[in-house]
Design a protein around this ligand. Structure first.
Ligand code: 13P
Length: 241
């Protein structure tokens, strides 16, 4: 059985105070949320410890947005698996297109980070996606298959979430059509050893389009950026119908 996972990716937003304010407004809205879905918040490092404390006993799980491949070392500015697990982090976003674009992340470093996450018993959320130019050139499939193949060498597909995030749909309001996201996710699934891997869609998911996206048979969840930043809109998303 494939698991449904709705995750917020807060990116570089929210101080600790703002994060706790969010939780105060968000948690009460989960009382009637169906049990069939996991809820994850991937928050900035400085908020993780207090988020984790405040979410104890709730159904919301905490995720980070990066992990280094070593457990410790001289890697200024990086964060290690044991630092995350010690404070109750359970998930980590790996290979987000913003990290690939601005911080030189490659399929090879993505692969190392995925393996480090699993070694530390964190579930990585591997992000893959094509640019507009790649899509227009008919290279969507070959690009995604390459990212998957190189990224997943030696990675356990039983403890993994994949997020299909077309880069042209991120932060643009230009959501991928639900049937197209469904088609591409089906193709990604066909390349996996474990067809039951949870595969999310990400890219301008919002309260208005979430129901249609989640109604697609291949889409097992959402990775939500901008619309996860207010309790009201993220609550509507996790309570999709
Ligand atoms: P938006 O939902 O803001 O488009 O961001 C998507 C994303 O990058 C999630 O990781």
């Amino acid at each position: 059985m494939r698991k449904v996972a709705i995750a917020g990716n807060w990116k570089m937003y929210k101080t600790q105070t703002e994060a706790l304010e969010f939780l105060q407004n968000f948690l009460p809205t989960l009382e009637t949320t169906p049990e069939d879905r996991d809820i994850i918040l991937c928050a900035p490092f400085t908020t993780l410890a207090s988020m984790s404390k405040n979410l104890h006993g709730s159904r919301v799980q905490v995720g980070a947005q990066n992990i280094h491949w070593e457990d410790a070392g001289a890697y200024t500015g990086e964060i290690a698996g044991p630092m995350l697990t010690e404070i109750g982090v359970r998930f980590v976003v790996v290979g987000h297109s913003e990290r690939r674009q601005y911080f030189g992340e490659t399929d090879e470093t993505v692969n190392l980070r995925l393996k480090a996450a699993q070694k530390n018993r964190l579930t990585p959320i591997l992000c893959v996606g094509e640019t507009k130019a790649q899509r227009d050139a008919g290279e969507t499939e070959s690009h995604l298959f390459g990212q998957i193949e190189r990224g997943l060498v030696g990675v356990d597909q039983n403890h993994l979430i994949i997020a299909y995030e077309p880069i042209w749909a991120i932060g643009t309001g230009d959501t991928c059509a639900a049937d197209e996201a469904n088609r591409v996710i089906g193709l990604i699934r066909s390349r996996l050893k474990n067809p039951d891997t949870t595969i999310q869609y990400g890219g301008s998911v919002n309260p208005k389009n979430v129901d249609e996206l989640m109604a697609q048979p291949e889409i097992d969840g959402a990775l939500v950026g901008g619309a996860s930043l207010t309790a009201e809109s993220f609550s509507r998303i996790v309570n999709y119908q």
